[in-house]
Write a protein that binds this ligand. Structure first.
Ligand code: UGA
Ligand code: MN
Length: 251
């Protein structure tokens, strides 16, 4: 099976740093196709160049989050769901371009997390939905499924434990055939905070269908890391002096 990695991404000073780190992790994985979806009105040259030089199999898409749904710079990051239209665009692309005879698995990999190669080995053979713990998320050291006799019987979670699937985006993968057999399944852009993952999974499976991976969910091989916003105060100062950074240099 091919692993289809779906990554929403948006322009910001450290975007190329995030995408470089992620792309070089993905290079270590055989039989992988990266679907990178920009949150923008047009595909950018910066991202196109990075993809062309990545050495990966990839598809470059774009769709802009509607302005009413978009975070302002001053908003706290949790105010609105992020990457929703972009992931849904990738689901549309898969439906249009893949058929049930294309064996595959789909993983929603945000551009700022940290991924071990081992998590990709765990997800490759997924019947419906495979699951595993995610480190540094939900206010805990890790959140993850609780497993007994090879079955998911609940979740180790503290934040909004009433979520139907209290699983971070990085904590599951879906078989391509399951998605293609539910061609209308999408992430809900209006989902309550924390309910985005549940909004898709609820259309596809029940808890009893989940396939525990990573040694019965006892290993953490993906981390919900977040990158500190770079401070670029000196840029404005130099610009005013007419000797700002060379904008032809891609950063
Ligand atoms: C958490 C989850 O890990 C995300 O998968 C989930 O989408 C998000 O909450 C949510 O509730 O919407 P968090 O680290 O807070 O993630 O979110 P970000 O990493 O800031 O964004 C998730 C993805 O969307 C990233 O790949 C990011 O590049 C992309 N994004 C973010 C956009 O495409 N557009 C934006 O305006 C912001
Ligand atoms: Mn993130």
């Amino acid at each position: 099976p091919v692993i289809y990695v779906v990554t929403p991404t948006y322009a910001r000073p450290h975007q190329r740093a995030e995408l470089t780190r992620l792309s070089q992790t993905l290079l270590l994985i055989p039989s992988l196709h990266w679907i990178l979806v920009e949150d923008s009105a047009e595909r950018s040259k910066s991202v196109a160049d990075l993809l062309a030089q990545s050495g990966l199999h990839y598809t470059h898409l774009n769709v802009q989050t509607p302005p009413v749904m978009k975070l302002k710079d001053s908003d706290p990051n949790w105010l609105k769901p992020r990457g929703v239209e972009q992931r849904n665009e990738a689901l549309r692309w898969l439906k249009l371009n893949k058929s049930p005879k294309d064996f595959g698995v789909v993983y929603f990999a945000d551009d700022d997390n940290t991924y071990s190669v081992r998590i990709f080995q765990e997800m490759r053979y997924t019947q419906k939905v495979s699951v595993w713990p995610v480190g540094l998320v939900g206010g805990l050291r890790y959140e993850g499924p609780r497993v007994e006799k090879g079955h998911v019987i609940g979740f180790h979670t503290a934040w909004k434990p009433h979520r139907p699937f209290p699983i971070d985006m990085a904590g599951f993968a879906v078989s391509l055939s399951l998605l293609l057999s539910h061609p209308e399944a999408r992430f809900d852009p209006n989902a309550e905070r924390g309910f985005l993952e549940s909004s898709l999974l609820g259309q596809l499976v029940s808890i009893g269908d989940l396939e525990p991976r990573a040694h019965n969910c006892t290993k953490v091989w993906v981390w919900h890391t977040r990158t500190e916003k770079p401070k670029l105060k000196q840029e404005e100062i130099l610009e005013k002096q007419g000797r700002g950074s060379d904008l032809n240099i891609q950063v």
